[in-house]
Design a protein around this ligand. Structure first.
Ligand SMILES: [Zn+2]
Length: 304
């Protein structure tokens, strides 16, 4: 069985232009399948290299694709540079599954593989394996690149893992975007493996994001509404009671608050108090203070 993106895989009993394996054994009778993206004739310029995966899927690619950031790609498994004439007639075997190799070639070709819906595990594995073949993931993670797009696409379901990958390669903008999804993440449950992957600097940034938001919340809500001039029905003593009630409600809110607290929930926490007020002036000052706090909270930075 092949992955969905190989649904149209072509089975060949013999290659029209038989290639030989690295050990020069004949392969004309070997069953092989061919990538539906990187097949012979897929591009206007003829392909001149053939890679094969662990599960015997062939990828027809161009030598010219291995320039710039990919100049040293696959060097660790080659005995000569890719430009060596032997690779024009020899299939290059890569000990990776076709799913992983498919992602890696999409990255090298600067093509999006979103249409193949690769699993997140496959994306993580492909990125993790790239350095083994001297392909630097960071070189392909700039904004608007397919790998950048792929990671942002995975962010809502796997924010911590995406944050850790971005942190590992110091790609700040992806980590920044992922951090917005981590406001309710219990930081004390992050595994040692993920902590090691993200490193101390990005771990500190995440810890500071949580701490700074909670500190900002405390600072804003612990100040009660101001007093109005005393009246016969609403004396200073009455208004002091309201202040005390506000401080107690604020302390209760801060005790349980998450950095992800929504402004809606913040306002809702004070609403029962407001509903008890009979003095119109207190009511107006109170609602104004709640509005002020909510506006302040919505302006607190929510990313690293
Ligand atoms: Zn009043």
């Amino acid at each position: 069985m092949f992955s969905t993106y190989f649904e149209l895989t072509i089975f060949l009993k013999s290659l029209s232009n038989p290639l030989t394996s690295p050990d020069n054994s004949p392969q004309s009778s070997v069953d092989v399948s061919v990538s539906t993206v990187f097949y012979r004739g897929a591009h206007s310029v003829p392909e001149n290299l053939v890679f094969s995966s662990q599960d015997s899927v062939c990828f027809y690619v161009h030598l010219s694709a291995f320039s710039g950031a990919a100049e040293c790609a696959f060097r660790p498994i080659l005995s000569a540079p890719l430009s060596d004439s032997r690779y024009q007639t020899t299939r290059i075997h890569v000990p990776e599954t076709s799913e992983i190799l498919n992602i890696i070639f999409h990255v090298i070709y600067n093509m999006s593989c979103l249409k193949h819906s690769p699993s997140f595990n496959a994306i993580v594995t492909a990125i993790g394996r790239m350095p083994v073949y001297e392909i630097s993931p960071k070189d392909y993670m700039a904004p608007s690149t397919p790998l950048h797009e792929l990671l942002l696409h995975s962010m809502s379901h796997h924010p911590l893992e995406v944050y850790a990958i971005a942190a590992h390669y110091d790609v700040y903008d992806i980590a920044e975007a992922a951090s917005a999804h981590l406001l309710s993440y219990p930081l004390n449950s992050i595994s040692d493996e993920i902590v090691t992957q993200m490193g101390p600097v990005y771990l500190k940034r995440l810890l500071c994001l949580h701490a700074n938001r909670l500190n900002a919340l405390k600072y804003m809500i612990m100040t009660p509404p101001t007093f109005h001039a005393p009246t016969e029905s609403c004396t200073y003593e009455e208004q002091k009671k309201l202040s005390r009630t506000w401080v107690m409600a604020a302390a209760h809110l801060v005790w349980d608050a998450q950095p992800s607290l929504s402004t809606h929930n913040l306002e809702a926490a004070f609403r029962p108090l407001q509903d008890q007020l009979s003095c119109p002036e207190c009511c107006e000052i109170f609602s104004g203070r709640v509005r002020e706090v909510a506006q302040g909270w919505s302006g607190v930075k929510d990313t690293i």
